[in-house]
Design a binder for this molecule. Structure first.
Ligand code: C2E
Ligand code: MG
Ligand code: MG
Ligand code: MG
Length: 289
């Protein structure tokens, strides 16, 4: 930072930078203890079948409330876990909790319930994770696991990653591309990887009033279906969006319209309840601009 200020300035102590660094170290220390004491829990958000209104599965989302620092979002602590290497242990805890939760959800729903689990890059090539995934799958075929990966992780599609993903698939799980469409916008990897599901990023869902965004989603859906992948729309917050993504051919939807991510007990009540009514009263067409 001192350099970029140019001639005539000198590097000096910067209170803001310093405190950022302290924040980071404090966060990492707190995280180490939280992982040690297994204080990070998972919440469950339903994924709804747009033909039937039935809950097809849930996504497990990590949650952390620290006694003094308060609620800390996964967008902060997952990167910290990746920096410190804590992600292996944490990822394992999350997988176990998610799977155990999935058993409860499937039991309450009275049918198989898919369970989406987000993976960090470091976890993909972790052989002990693959082993555990196989064990869980043998233990419980009623809880099909869907491992969610982001595009960035797959961009290089280097051999170890492809081999690891193929190994995971052979362990009986499905693979999803999360946040599809943002960031890299490369589809070249899709046909090389054993992927089953595309999750269209919420950014596109938020822009469906724009005809070009609708065209883009329609194109992604056509491509996905031609490749035998199913499509989940993320970030569906209202009925116009739900109607729009359904009309554009998305198979499933996830978002605050149906439910926020919930603690297990509340998610289980939702799983036990009937299907969502996908044709509620009123005209819900998007105001076409
Ligand atoms: P993601 O996997 O794409 O998860 C979806 C995020 O969108 C979640 O945020 C969810 O709460 C939020 N969301 C769901 N419905 C709506 C909606 O209708 N509107 C809006 N605006 N947002 C919605 P969350 O829980 O804060 O997680 C953020 C990201 O952190 C996740 O994005 C995922 O990349 C990462 N993450 C969460 N849990 C884990 C985990 O266990 N392991 C790893 N590696 N990453 C995780
Ligand atoms: Mg996800
Ligand atoms: Mg996502
Ligand atoms: Mg995300």
């Amino acid at each position: 930072a001192a350099k970029s200020r140019g001639k005539g300035t000198v590097a000096r102590f910067e209170p803001s930078m310093r405190s950022e660094e302290i924040d980071r170290l404090e966060l990492e220390d707190a995280l180490r203890l939280a992982v040690r004491d297994e204080q990070i829990t998972v919440h469950f958000q339903p994924v709804v079948d747009l033909r039937t209104g039935l809950i097809d599965g849930f996504e497990a989302l990590a949650r952390w409330t620290h006694p003094t620092l308060g609620h800390i979002g996964p967008d902060r602590f997952i990167p910290a876990a990746e920096r410190t290497g804590l992600i292996r242990q944490l990822g394992r805890q999350i997988l176990e909790q998610a799977h155990a939760g999935g058993r409860t959800l499937a039991a309450r729903a009275g049918r198989p319930i898919a369970l989406g689990v987000n993976l960090s890059p470091m976890q993909v090539t972790d052989e002990t994770l693959a082993e555990r995934v196989r064990e869980l799958r043998d233990l419980d075929p009623e809880v099909p696991l869907v491992l969610e990966l982001t595009e960035g992780m797959l961009l290089g599609h280097d051999l170890p990653t492809v081999a690891a993903l193929t190994g995971l698939k052979q362990g009986g799980v499905r693979l999803a591309i999360d946040d599809f469409g943002i960031g890299y916008s490369s589809v070249g990897y899709l046909h090389r990887l054993p992927v089953d599901v595309l999750k269209i990023d919420k950014m596109f869902v938020a822009e469906l009033h724009d005809p070009r965004s609708r065209a883009l989603v329609a194109g992604v859906v056509a491509m996905a279906h031609a490749m035998d992948l199913s499509v989940i729309a993320e970030g569906v917050e209202d009925w116009p969006s739900a109607t729009a993504v359904r009309d554009l051919g998305c198979d499933f939807a996830q978002g605050y319209l149906f439910s926020r991510p919930l603690p297990l007990a509340a998610a289980a009540d939702l799983a036990a309840a009937g299907p969502f009514d996908l044709a509620p009263a009123g005209p819900f067409d998007l105001a076409l601009s």
